[in-house]
Design a protein around this ligand. Structure first.
Ligand code: PHE
Length: 344
């Protein structure tokens, strides 16, 4: 029995296993119900009483070492990651990770911003909850002037001489730019705006704008026209034409609305441009001297132009989105159509 114990002990000390299955086989062979060590414990019962102490100690050492060795082998296999070697099939396809992508309004905003950045414009942001002064009064909308009705306003605090409201356009950021920045000013203001309008395919109470402002000495309407033409060609393609129609805004004089030639039918007339060959993209004009003076700029020395566009609208025209509500519904089928759009 003594030799047997020593032989098994040597075997245990030398035991090497590669997989969990090898370890389990070794455990059963040594410590299982019919295992070699278990058998020795059974034989131990028949050992002469004077030898029991010596054999008992040796057997206990053997069992302890065998249990410890099995545990050690298991830990090694687990940490080396080989435990799943049998079940792991490296040729199986991996789990797909869903990657998010930019929202079309973000893509369009970034494209617009990048184009004006190339022209040397800074980017400015301002508060969405604004005061009446920056949204209306400094922009030549006197109190109770009917032009305020052009933009249905959500008020945050009413009945105050300068109430807080949700800005209806980012022209308010241009006012803040005129108050703060050194002349000449060349700035664009992207951001979210709010108007109390019924939601439909063509209108929403929340949308995004990029407005622009350029103030320097001798800025003329020709500069405005050229800036808009260059922008339109970068945004909608090099063959794009623009046309300007007279319009009215309280803060610009003269004012215009700008159309681009339809990028679907190239001016021939289709259902997107309703047969006209033209699509309206923005409002613009020469900054009214009253607006310059309200922000402390000498209107005799300086002149400037301003423009403003709706980002959702630009994106609708560029990618032929037929309903504004698609932008807000988070339908993956719609959003995925833009996953390969790259920014210019
Ligand atoms: N602020 C105008 C709007 O929201 C757009 C605009 C900006 C028009 C600058 C002219 C000049 O409708």
């Amino acid at each position: 029995m003594k030799e047997e114990i020593e032989q098994i002990l040597a075997e245990v000390r030398d035991l090497k296993c590669k997989t969990e299955k090898d370890i389990e086989d070794a455990r059963v062979r040594l410590l299982g119900k019919k295992g070699e060590i278990t058998k020795l414990f059974e034989e131990f019962r028949t050992v002469a009483p004077e030898l029991k102490k010596e054999f008992g100690q040796k057997l206990n050492v053997l069992k302890k070492e065998a249990v410890a060795k099995i545990e050690e082998l298991k830990a090694n296999v687990e940490s080396s990651g080989a435990s799943s070697a049998d079940s792991f099939d490296a040729t199986m396809p991996g789990d797909m990770m869903e990657l998010g992508s930019r929202h079309p309004v973000s893509i369009a905003r970034q494209q617009i911003v990048n184009i004006f950045r190339k022209f040397g414009y800074d980017v400015a942001e301002g508060p969405e909850v604004e005061d009446d002064y920056h949204v209306f009064e400094a922009l030549n909308f006197p109190p109770n002037h009917p032009a305020r009705d052009m933009q249905d306003t959500f008020f945050v605090s009413a009945g105050h001489p300068n109430p807080l409201l949700l800005r209806t356009h980012t022209s308010s950021v241009q006012v803040r730019a005129m108050e703060k920045m050194k002349l000449p000013i060349r700035v664009i203001c992207p951001g979210r705006v709010f108007r109390n309008e019924a939601i439909s395919a063509r209108a929403h109470c929340i949308f995004h704008q990029v407005e622009g402002l350029y103030i320097d000495e001798n800025v003329t309407f020709a500069d405005l026209k050229q800036a808009i033409l260059l922008f339109a060609r970068e945004m909608f393609g090099p063959d794009t034409q623009i046309r300007m129609r007279p319009s009215y805004f309280p803060f610009t004089e003269p004012s215009a609305e700008v159309d681009v030639s339809c990028n679907i039918c190239h001016g021939k007339g289709c259902n997107i441009c309703k047969g006209t060959g033209w699509l309206e993209i923005l409002g613009c004009g020469m900054v009214d001297p009253n607006v310059l003076e309200a922000s402390g700029i000498d209107s005799k020395k300086y002149s400037g132009f301003a423009f403003g566009m709706g980002i959702e609208r630009i994106a609708m025209l560029k990618w032929q989105v037929n309903d504004l509500r698609h932008y807000f519904e988070n339908d993956m089928r719609f959003l995925k159509e833009f996953s390969s759009c790259v920014e210019v």
